[in-house]
Design a protein around this ligand. Structure first.
Ligand SMILES: [Zn+2]
Length: 268
């Protein structure tokens, strides 16, 4: 039995990171077209699915209180706001909302009853993501694009886009993780020699996609690019000491090569 803690706090040097479980979910085999032909892959999805989570992340530095992704939103069963309030963090205290990308399970928590929740926050996302979804309206289903546009419209004068490899907040750098979406972003936290990467949606059904990194899902906008990013980042992580946490994967910690092939988590 998995024990799911709604919030886990760790210290990355001077940065406090709270990992929040917004909601639980499952990832079904139907996300992986053609998988029926590969019994060794199917075996990693017992009963045709795997358990998953939706996370958001609170990042506190000396003068910032930032949220990385916001979950589904309370109207869709997301608990981020409720968990933050229990932890004594009011929505108006959030100084920055950093987005890995614009899918509904990452931006849903920015809105309640048509109103913006984070009244004082600057919303930060990659220029590539903003351009594809908001300016051009390409790469995702029209209803997803419409949701992203109406959500960001509520934060109209408080949106800042960035280029990859720039420092977004003290100790927080944005990295290019494009593939899942057109501007999908990984955030690297670094302070006093300690490092953790928040990798967004580079994987969903982790028992399958860690072992077979070439296995992209129907959620990935560019399956080949997504597979390349998955493999190259996991390889990088397996060669260094950094901690890794994804949005949809419950285990987190160091990544290592698996004797069975691919990679695995050395859970913390
Ligand atoms: Zn997602």
């Amino acid at each position: 039995m998995l024990t799911i803690k709604p919030i886990e706090s760790i210290q990355i040097g001077q940065i406090q990171l709270c990992m929040i479980i917004d909601r639980e979910t499952v990832f079904k085999k139907s996300l992986f077209e053609g998988i029926e032909k590969y019994p060794e892959k199917l075996a990693l999805l017992p009963n045709g699915q795997t358990f998953g989570v939706v996370r958001s992340f609170l990042v506190r530095t000396a003068d910032r209180c930032a949220l990385i992704d916001t979950g589904y939103g309370s109207e869709a069963g997301g608990k981020t706001l409720q968990i933050l309030q229990k932890a004594g963090v009011k929505p108006e205290e959030i100084t920055d909302v950093l987005l890995t990308h614009l899918d509904g399970d990452h931006i849903g928590g920015m809105v309640e009853a048509g109103n913006p929740i984070f009244q004082n926050a600057t919303v930060r996302l990659s220029h590539a993501e903003y351009e594809a979804w908001i300016e051009k309206g390409v790469g995702r289903a029209p209803q997803s694009i419409e949701k992203a546009r109406s959500t960001l419209a509520l934060y109209q004068n408080r949106i800042e886009t960035f280029e990859f490899d720039s420092q977004i907040l003290p100790g927080v750098t944005a990295r290019d993780a494009r593939g899942h979406t057109m501007g999908h972003t990984r955030y690297d936290l670094y302070s006093e020699g300690h490092a953790l990467s928040i990798v967004g949606d580079i994987f969903h059904a982790y028992p399958l996609q860690l072992r077979f990194t070439d296995q992209s899902s129907a959620y990935d906008n560019d399956p080949i690019k997504a597979a390349n990013v998955r493999e190259s980042m996991l390889k990088e992580f397996s060669q260094n000491d950094r901690l890794v946490c994804g949005t949809h994967v419950h285990p987190w910690g160091k990544v290592m090569r698996s004797p069975k092939g691919g990679y695995d988590f050395e859970s913390q």
